[in-house]
Design a protein. Structure first.
Lengths: 284, 298, 420
């Protein structure tokens, strides 16, 4: 019994240590965002701000002193852009990606998997080299600096991963059920929609979260492919942070705001993210 | 026409219909830029030079192979990758083993572990730059107060220390997520296997090696190969923290490619460097597939 | 099968429909100018954009992109043909790059030959490529030496007497001896761009150039490069200069100076004004003094690198005339005056350097403009950026004490010969 309680204590210490290391940077970012600049350069650091203020948040979100209506408009519009682009990218990815994954998992097509792996590997090419052709492509089809253009690009960038993971996930679902449905006179497409899709909801949730996060977090592609009309939040954060030089407090404020949606999503979907991604990735 | 061939034809039609939307998007967004940049890599695409950008065969590739800085940055990339991946997988495995039991607050812990993975890389870079600031950074302040150091350390000031800090920052961001992947795999190991091992009189080490490790191997390999690939092409973190410095000591291949394209403004060489880099990644993927995947039994 | 395709189609339409709100705001009949500008001058730009709209009905949509990102964004935008921008901000460091990558409209008729004398000649020269004016000079600035009056007083150092870098080093020793500070000065060296505000300006303060007009290195004939390397190396070794300089940029040096942790700061006009006026960044606002950057001999007594900001119009712009109108307003004497009073950089019109109104608006103006007359611009060669990068690595090694100043000198020379 005694041995067990020592173990428990060690375990608890370990967990606390783990949590501290993971959370400390977040804590410091929040403290930095609410501390006045003069406090940030104190030695030793003020771990708890003496004069915390939400001034920076108010300025960014609502204009406030020194800010203006135009800047706040930019911020709100970028927030809307980020939401629209991330949501629609996720939807298009899930729809087209699942359809493709289903076809690959269920219907024998020679060489297709090889192509898929090829695309996955081709994605390893640095973004820097791809971004200018992408720019030209979007300009060519008249979608530069538009939410639609951005969503199409992100869909393309995310699809190989989505297909790969969904392919792995669909492989874990036994085919007997669909076969039975088809025997009963269901069309293969209907069988997919009615039988397979409901069964793969956990995988869909995980892949959806993954797509959403990656789209939301993207910076470089968005920076180059958008201008004033379709800038997402990550791009605008860096703009605010440099408006007055590189104020660390403001950078931290931008950071906190930019982290809120991904963190909320993670909290809501944590169960599915890990299990879904593991199932897809490991069995793929 | 036989019945089966009609059925097969229908099947293929369905498959085509299902794959087509994804295929169109990927052709436009993935394939077109790939071909385009490959063509660029064969041209003397130098913004400072002749505006007709004439084809120059493999000259760009030869240039890259002859560039001392390329080989240097390849070495740096390998050091970074080896360091980061070893630490990440090792620590993640340790943490996963330690946390592999039922306890209250498991869900909360999982959320916390996902946080570093979920935040935008831009924010990650900003955050760590501030924490590692040589004069006002929180890391120096903390270590000083704990009495670990008696003088502020310039974390990004010397080549080896800067590399270490870049690796540790990467470890902070990636380890918890890998830990969760491994934890999920560990929890799927049926407990009767442990009981069986116990009955067989296997020691802790043998149980670990023959039951635990054997069964989470697929997950481990997936984590290993994904992390290796991503570490090889890392760019964001280096860009935010060190911009390749000090004295080019953290100039990884991703940054070298960026330099060639955006600073030297020779898009052709940049693209060539990118293709060489991709080829290296490909070699490693093939290596993993051949050496590692083939003996994974399910 | 048909049903399958139909459903796919419907789903695609639905997905596309999501954007209806997003893409509905298509351009209306009225002219909208689009500009890509860095945010530091945001207040000034916004004010004159509003005035412009009120006067002409033409709206100016400005994309403010931060220093860290604007270079890459501009290069990719220019290389892909402009991306719908009419006006692009051209920093002095990137004139060659930007004009090589993109097509800029010649703005020769915006400054007639009679008016040329009204503008700072070096800035005009900088923005003139092959006889064409490629960008309107918008602001100027450069390296300045800023000091903390309180610390210098306590240590008994008279800034007026600091004429050469040797005087400067002696002053640092005196301050260090008075045990007022751990480090007296930080020769920032993190990024190649810090060249402006530290080591590069030390060299430039001698009046010597790095290269001749053809791009051949000439610095090996003078002594300033080696002297400057010795200064940063010895200053660091003797504990006068902060060794963290290797990992610090100009902004971090401003924070350090603003916290009262250093006595001297060599930095941009922007940082020099922030230290003086911005209480959010600086705790020493009431104690800031400006002096001329020391030289290597008593004559010429100062020097340093200058920078400037220009605004170019792209050939692909549909509204070139309107864009010219806006630039005329934004670079007018009135706008520059407003900028010099409210903002943080200096004008490009000669007359404003003597302007009484700006002078009386804040005490530092005269000292800052005085420094500018000694300065020079970075040379404009296509390979310069690469050389500066290599050099920045060498300077870092010198500060770290990994190589001797003599070895560093050889490496810098070798890089210069290789660069061409």
């Amino acid at each position: 019994m005694k041995k067990n309680s020592i173990r428990t204590v060690i375990f608890i210490i370990f967990v606390i240590f783990f949590i501290l290391i993971v959370l400390f940077p977040f804590y410091w970012m929040i403290v930095s965002s609410i501390s006045p600049q003069v406090e940030l350069t104190e030695k030793p650091p003020h771990w708890i701000p003496q004069e915390p203020s939400l001034k920076r948040f108010v300025n960014l979100l609502f204009g406030g002193e020194g800010g203006n209506a135009a800047r706040q408009r930019v911020f709100v519009s970028s927030l809307i852009t980020s939401v629209i682009v991330s949501v629609s990218t996720t939807i298009i990815c899930l729809v087209t990606g699942t359809m493709a994954a289903y076809a690959l998992a269920r219907i024998r097509i020679a060489g297709v998997m090889k192509i898929l792996v090829g695309i996955l590997i081709a994605q390893m090419i640095p973004m820097i080299v791809i971004v200018i052709p992408l720019f030209l492509f979007l300009k060519g089809v008249g979608l530069y600096d538009s939410r639609l253009g951005l969503s199409i690009v992100f869909t393309g960038l995310m699809l190989p991963t989505v297909i790969w993971i969904m392919f792995g996930y669909l492989k874990t679902i036994p085919t007997q059920l669909e076969e039975a449905a088809i025997m009963d006179g269901c069309s293969p497409f209907a069988a997919m929609v009615r039988i397979v899709i409901p069964l793969s909801v956990p995988g869909l949730v995980a892949v959806g979260a993954f797509t959403f996060l990656n789209t939301w977090n993207n910076f470089f592609v968005s920076l180059v492919l958008t201008a004033s009309r379709a800038k997402p939040l990550t791009v605008v954060i860096t703009e605010f942070s440099s408006q007055f030089g590189i104020d660390y407090g403001l950078m931290a404020t931008g950071g906190v705001i930019g982290c809120i949606p991904p963190i909320l999503l993670t909290i809501l979907l944590q169960k599915h993210i890990v299990s879904g991604l593991t199932a897809g990735a490991v069995k793929g | 026409m036989t019945n089966t061939s009609v059925k097969r034809k229908q099947e293929l039609k369905l498959a085509l219909g299902l794959v087509l939307p994804a295929l169109i998007i990927m052709a436009a967004v993935n394939l077109y830029p790939l071909i385009y940049s490959f063509v660029i890599s064969l041209r003397d695409y130098d913004f400072h030079g002749d505006k007709s950008y004439p084809f120059c065969g493999l000259e760009n590739y030869i240039y890259i192979f002859e560039d001392v800085r390329f080989w240097r940055s390849l070495g740096i990339t390998l050091i970074f990758t080896a360091g980061a991946v070893t630490l990440e997988i090792g620590l993640a495995l340790m943490c996963a083993l330690a946390l592999n039991r039922k306890f209250r607050g498991q869900g909360a812990l999982r959320v916390i572990a996902l946080l570093p993975w979920a935040i935008p890389p831009v924010v990650n870079g900003i955050l760590w730059k501030w924490i590692l600031n040589p004069r006002y950074g929180a890391l120096n302040g903390l270590l000083m107060q704990l009495g670990v150091i008696d003088e502020y350390i310039v974390w990004l000031g010397s080549p080896s220390l800067a590399m270490l800090m870049v690796i540790l920052t990467d470890v902070w961001k990636e380890t918890p997520f890998i830990m969760l992947l491994l934890l999920a795999a560990l929890q799927s190991v049926p407990s009767y296997l442990y009981d069986a091992a116990k009955i067989d009189g296997a020691g802790a080490f043998r149980t670990f090696k023959e039951v635990t490790l054997a069964l989470i191997r697929p997950a481990l390999f997936v984590a290993l190969s994904l992390r290796t690939i991503w570490a090889l092409k890392s760019f964001d973190l280096i860009y935010a923290l060190t911009q390749g410095g000090p004295s080019n000591s953290t100039e990884v291949l991703g940054y070298y490619t960026y330099q060639k394209s955006f600073v030297s403004l020779h898009m052709g060489r940049g693209a060539a460097a990118a293709y060489i880099m991709t080829f290296i990644v490909l070699l490693i993927v093939i290596f993993y597939q051949k050496a590692v995947y083939q003996d994974v039994e399910y | 099968m048909k049903r399958a395709l139909l459903i796919v189609l419907v789903l695609m339409v639905v997905a596309f429909g999501v954007y209806a709100g997003g893409t509905a705001e298509k351009e209306t009949e009225s002219v909208v100018l689009r500009a890509l500008i860095r945010p530091d001058e945001g207040g000034n730009v916004q004010k004159y954009a509003d005035i412009f709209e009120a006067e002409t009905g033409i709206r100016v949509e400005v994309d403010f992109v931060g220093w860290a990102e604007i270079h890459d964004k501009s290069i990719s935008t220019l290389s892909a043909g402009g991306g719908g921008y009419d006006i692009i901000f051209v920093p002095s460091a990137n004139v060659v790059e930007f004009t090589s990558v993109g097509d800029f409209e010649a703005l020769n008729n915006m400054i007639s030959s009679g008016e040329k004398a009204d503008w700072l000649q070096p800035v005009l020269d900088l923005y003139t490529r092959e006889g064409d004016l490629v960008a309107m000079p918008w602001y100027s600035g450069g390296a300045h030496m800023v000091y903390n009056k309180e610390i210098l007083d306590k240590a008994g150092v008279d800034p007026e007497k600091i004429v050469t870098w040797n005087d400067f080093k002696d002053a640092c020793k005196k301050i260090k001896a008075a045990e007022l500070l751990k480090y007296v000065y930080t020769p920032t060296a993190k990024y190649p761009g810090n060249f402006y505000y530290a080591w590069g300006s030390m060299v430039a303060s001698s009046g010597e150039s790095f290269f001749d007009a053809a791009g051949k290195p000439v610095f090996d004939k003078g002594s300033a490069v080696l002297d400057s390397l010795k200064l940063v190396s010895e200053g660091t070794k003797e504990g006068l200069f902060d060794p963290a300089a290797i990992a610090m940029d100009d902004y971090e040096a401003l924070i350090q100076f603003g916290s009262g942790d250093t006595a001297f700061m060599m930095n941009s006009t922007w940082s020099a004004t922030q230290a003086y006026r911005n209480a959010d960044l600086s705790k020493v606002t009431g104690k800031v003094g400006y002096m001329l950057i020391p030289g290597w001999k008593s004559e010429p007594r100062s020097g340093g690198f200058l920078y400037a900001g220009g605004l170019g119009i792209l050939k692909s712009s549909r509204y070139k005339e309107e864009a010219k109108q806006f630039l005329t307003l934004l670079t007018s004497a009135d706008a520059q005056k407003h900028h010099a009073i409210e903002g943080a950089n200096l004008p490009t019109r000669v007359a404003l350097f003597e302007d009484k109104e700006i002078d009386s608006s804040w005490a530092g103006y005269k000292a800052l403009t005085a420094q500018l007359s000694y300065g020079s611009f970075l040379p404009q060669y296509s390979w310069f950026e690469e050389w500066r990068q290599a050099t920045s690595g060498v300077v870092q090694k010198t500060i770290a004490g990994n190589i001797t100043p003599e070895k560093a000198f050889d490496l810098i020379l070798e890089n210069a010969r290789k660069a061409q």
